[in-house]
Design a protein around this ligand. Structure first.
Ligand code: C5P
Length: 236
């Protein structure tokens, strides 16, 4: 089958049906814009399982997504979209680049969620941009940005609720949106511990990709922990 796109952690293939693509989760882990790279057995399966679970919950709550169905341990079917090259980051607790940029201590609850835009461009290292930069780049319309912001905050509410029940803190996460030919906006890409920060609510232990970024232990153990807490089945 024709490979349409290969990213750091996923591959996208065409299928016989032009309304359906096959998304494959790889075992590759990368950090710091590809500077650090390893292949971690079982990572693809864990991310597929977690992302499927989140997409199912989001769809059930009325969020339109590209997700169709899971077809194997590492694969799901999705709808083809034109990806808007803006990463939408939502933050509830200070961490990562926000803490670094503003000199803030990590782990402080924010009074209101913060929404940020990053321009998807590997060569530039995905820079932080504002609405005016995006208008000048011509990559998203004002109405699309407003819609993306509202959808991202809606996703935040749903995930916060799910995480609360799972004794997890949802620190921050990144979303990508895609557009169908008729202009419909869909949540695309993935929702997984590769793209979200999850901490244990009591101990504040990091259970997401920061384990890999900062060499804090076993990434798979963290991802298995998340999967089991949100009601998924962890294989041996
Ligand atoms: O690094 P930073 O603090 O800006 O990341 C914010 C959130 O966005 C984190 O959950 C991180 O995993 C996610 N992210 C991502 N892909 C990127 C940059 C950030 O999934 N290229």
């Amino acid at each position: 089958m024709t490979l349409l796109y290969e990213g750091k952690a996923k591959q996208l293939f065409m299928t016989d049906d032009d309304k359906v693509l096959r998304l494959v989760y790889k075992n590759d882990a990368t950090a710091f814009n590809g500077e650090k790279h390893d292949v971690l057995q079982g990572k693809g399966e864990l991310n597929n399982a977690i992302s499927v679970l989140f997409f199912e919950v989001l769809e059930a709550e009325g969020v339109q997504t590209h997700f169709i169905k899971k077809i194997s341990d590492t694969e799901q079917l999705v709808r083809p979209t034109r990806i808007i090259p803006i990463e939408v980051v939502v933050r509830n607790i200070t961490a990562g680049s926000l803490a670094r940029r503003l000199g803030w201590e990590e782990g402080k609850s924010l009074p209101e969620p913060i929404v940020e835009w990053y321009y998807k461009d590997d060569a530039l290292g995905d820079p932080l941009v504002n609405d005016d930069h995006i208008a000048a780049l011509g990559v998203a319309k004002t109405e699309e940005l407003e819609e993306m912001r509202m959808r991202a905050l809606h996703v935040n509410k749903i995930l916060l609720d799910l995480c609360h029940k799972a004794n997890l803190l949802l620190v921050d996460f990144k979303l990508e949106f895609g557009v169908l030919e008729d202009g419909t906006l869909l949540l695309a890409d993935e929702v997984s511990p590769d793209t979200c920060r999850f901490w244990d609510a009591k101990t504040k232990e990091k259970l997401d990709k920061d384990i890999y970024r900062y060499g804090l232990g076993s990434l798979q153990a963290g991802y298995e922990n998340i999967l089991s807490r949100i009601g998924g089945v962890v294989h041996d």
